[in-house]
Design a protein around this ligand. Structure first.
Ligand SMILES: Nc1ncnc2c1ncn2[C@@H]1O[C@H](COP(=O)(O)OP(=O)(O)OP(=O)(O)O)[C@@H](O)[C@H]1O
Ligand SMILES: [Mg+2]
Length: 524
């Protein structure tokens, strides 16, 4: 093998197949490095999957260190070899697996950057840059944004591996091409980020726009409290009729007050004295029927009243009966960040599900060329942080239903989903299996890895084995948004990103210095 040139990796040896080629070399190539094999008139792309280094003169049978040192001096590296395996990725033109294996002796070359750029580089205006090839750092990697949005995306990794950084880079790049994004931000990671087109806000809840189920969840109605549920359902009906029908002049802003009015009446048998302006309700046929039906429900109505008061107290400053439809706060062509950091998990679930339901509905109307809310006029990409909380594997939540619906139907209506999670095994497998693209950063736990592998046939055993050894920001990307599975160093988001690691020691020492300063002031 003395004739190896600098762009050669080695020669095929042994018994290659159409997918695996053992090789022998002098210089160790890097795992993950792309290579080219030319034979029978075709050019085939491969990737170095596994490398071992040995020396024929220094086998494991020698048990004396002095002997080893002597042989090394005599041998001067002449008997050193590198063996390994190349995974054949496919024909360099169309990525199809070749029909015939490379013959032993075939020369293996390093793939040059021009070829790799042709494969992973930008293809027209619909591609966005995400990072660089891990094995060839001067080759940029682009992803097909159309495929990313229509076939959905999951970003999975242990905590601190770079999920939010990836979301930030993706969002910035997508927003450059005019995308409308909605990030459901559970920990205020993005609210003050340096995005050119940032629209961040804390959602307001206008109960009038909430569905019966959503409002019931916010009230924390126990599913076993059938009587309370029934009172609530009927009171909700009366309130709808009161504010939507043309028999009263009651405004939608009084929606919850009408519900309370009805429940109070059921509890006490009397109309509430502090809401005389809602007396018109008494004239409604449905009101009479409902209060009649619920005559024997006194105790449950009292309990329901206190639930409503708890809800108003818990979400003080967030319930806003004047606030417009949730979608009116979103802006087309912006990175919309819905700040959910003040909500607990249960309430966040209701808010997210409300958004998902409304967004899917409006986008369906947009596809039928109906008049829609301005923010929904073009396709949207929805990014859900902590997806395992919103769509858990073993519980039902309101969002899980809508995540499933969007995962299945979103493609037709231009609603893309990006599920971000540090606990993939806790994620609903149905939703995950509808997601065709994945960016997987460091993932250590075997049960997490298996769960992801079950959802995606493209995640081969050898890629899986790479996952624990990835460094921060290094990722395996699979799915139709990339021509081939690829290992990437994701770009670092330049600028402020709320959720970056805190410099604990700096903050402590600053606190310490401030304290010393104030002591000095006292003494001085
Ligand atoms: N591609 C990258 N290049 C350089 N630094 C990175 C990269 N990705 C992430 N980092 C750094 O690593 C740290 C953690 O990143 P990030 O917050 O994105 O992780 P995460 O997976 O979202 O964590 P968590 O699960 O806690 O939300 C940050 O300080 C970030 O700046
Ligand atoms: Mg994060």
């Amino acid at each position: 093998m003395s004739g190896i040139h600098s762009n050669e990796v080695g020669r095929v040896v042994g018994e290659p197949t159409t997918t695996i080629a053992p090789f022998l070399s002098k210089i160790p190539p890097r795992t993950g490095e792309y290579v080219i094999l030319r034979y029978d008139g075709i050019e085939v792309l491969g990737m170095v999957e596994y490398v071992v280094r040995g020396n024929a003169a220094l086998t494991g049978e020698i048990y004396d260190v002095d002997v080893i040192d002597k042989i090394r001096v005599l041998d001067r590296g002449r008997n050193e070899y590198v063996r390994g395996v190349i995974k054949i990725l496919g024909d360099a033109k169309n990525f199809r697996i070749p029909r015939i294996p490379p013959p032993p002796g075939t020369k293996i070359y390093k793939a040059d950057n021009t070829l790799l750029e042709k494969i992973f580089g930008k293809k027209g205006s619909r591609c966005i840059k995400i990072g660089r090839l891990l094995s060839h750092e001067d080759v940029p990697v682009y992803l097909d944004a159309n495929m990313m949005v229509t076939r959905h995306l999951a970003i999975l990794a242990i905590t601190g591996a770079g999920k939010s950084n990836t979301v930030a880079v993706l969002s910035r790049e997508l927003s450059k091409i005019g995308a409308t994004l909605v990030i459901f931000d559970m920990h205020a990671d993005y609210v003050r980020s340096d995005f050119d087109k940032l629209n961040s806000f804390e959602p307001r809840i206008n109960p009038y726009y909430m569905s019966l189920g959503e409002l019931g969840h916010l009230l924390r109605l126990d599913s076993r409290a059938h009587k309370q549920e029934r009172i609530f359902r009927l009171a909700y009906k009366v309130a709808k009729e009161a504010v939507e029908g043309n028999r009263t002049s009651i405004a939608p802003a009084r929606f919850v007050d009408v519900i309370k009015y009805v429940v109070y009446r059921v509890a006490t048998g009397e109309p509430p004295s502090d809401m005389p302006d809602l007396e018109e309700v008494e004239d409604l046929e449905i009101y009479k029927k409902v209060t009649d039906t619920l005559k024997g429900f006194k105790n449950s109505a009292y309990n329901l009243l206190s639930r409503i008061e708890d809800f108003e107290e818990r979400l003080k400053g967030i319930i806003d009966s004047q606030s417009p439809d949730a979608l009116m706060l979103l802006r087309r062509g912006y990175i919309n960040v819905v700040d959910l950091s003040r909500f607990d998990e249960e309430d966040a679930d209701v808010i997210v599900s409300h958004y998902l339901r409304r967004i899917l509905y409006e986008r369906k109307r947009a596809r039928l060329n109906e008049q829609v809310v301005e923010s929904m006029a073009t396709p949207v990409f929805l990014i859900l942080e902590e997806a395992h909380i919103l769509a858990p594997k073993d519980r039902s939540t309101l969002s899980k239903h809508w995540i499933g619906r969007i995962a299945r139907e979103g493609r037709k209506f231009g609603v893309g989903l990006c599920l971000v999670s540090q606990r993939p095994k806790g994620l609903d497998p149905d939703a995950l299996s509808q997601v065709n693209n994945m960016i997987i950063l460091k993932l250590v736990e075997p049960s997490d890895q298996r769960h992801v592998q079950q959802a995606s046939e493209q995640l081969s055993e050898d890629l899986l084995q790479q996952l624990p050894s990835l460094n921060v920001g290094e990722a395996i990307i699979i799915g139709p948004m990339t021509p081939l599975p690829v290992m990437v160093k994701i770009d670092k988001f330049e600028g402020r990103l709320g959720g970056s690691d805190i410099n604990v020691v700096d903050e402590w020492s600053r606190g310490h210095m401030e304290e010393e300063g104030s002591l000095d002031d006292l003494v001085g």
